[in-house]
Design a protein. Structure first.
Length: 195
């Protein structure tokens, strides 16, 4: 379990240039474990819950609570790797743009651009991903949605292939992702790094 205080001040440009504060308390409860059957066989689970709360007590211009849960599971058998992950969250109140939920990057809804999904982010999010890799070559399927309370959510999906440039678990990787949408196929090439 961890806890922290975030104090951030920034200048907004519209409607007029003013300084604003986004101060919040954050606490995270995380569980992580590994089961090893041998050097090349094993399972990993990483799950957590994060609460971020901005209140008037902290002299902030934004008052909100942000709840997020995630879980990542990996099953390794020799050169095979199966990875599953889920993310869900919701927010009450008004949060600055950097604290709103977004999808469409190198880890979530790969192939989609976050500005095509929700340019200003959302206060609700659901995402799931499944991937399989043999040695350095992998495939994946992502599905998710980000929206604001009281509005319709729109499910989005993507598929693609990955090429690991490092070890089976960590290191740099290349991704060719295809967002599943009606109309033209627009693949997106990405490079990322796991830490």
């Amino acid at each position: 379990m961890t806890g922290s205080v975030s104090i951030q001040h920034f200048e907004t440009q519209f409607p007029a240039a003013t300084m604003q504060a986004a101060n919040a308390l954050e606490t995270t409860l995380r569980y992580s474990t590994r089961w090893r059957e041998s050097g090349s066989h094993g399972q990993e689970l990483d799950a957590g819950y994060t609460l971020r709360a901005a209140t008037n007590f902290l002299e902030t211009d934004y008052v909100y609570t942000r709840h997020a849960v995630h879980a990542d599971y990996a099953l390794r058998h020799e050169n095979h790797l199966l990875r599953l992950s889920v993310l869900a969250g919701h927010m009450n109140g008004e949060a600055p743009l950097f604290d709103r939920f977004s999808l469409g990057n190198t880890r979530t809804l790969r192939g989609w651009h976050k500005f095509d999904i929700a340019p200003l982010g959302g206060d609700r999010v659901v995402h799931g991903s499944a991937g399989y890799r043999y040695r350095a070559i992998g495939i994946f399927y992502d599905a998710g949605s980000v929206w604001d309370h009281g509005k319709e959510s729109e499910d989005r999906h993507s598929v693609g292939v990955t090429l690991a440039l490092g070890a089976l678990r960590d290191g740099p990787y290349l991704t060719l992702a295809f967002p599943l949408r009606s109309g033209a196929i627009q693949p997106l090439f990405m490079m990322g790094m796991n830490f």
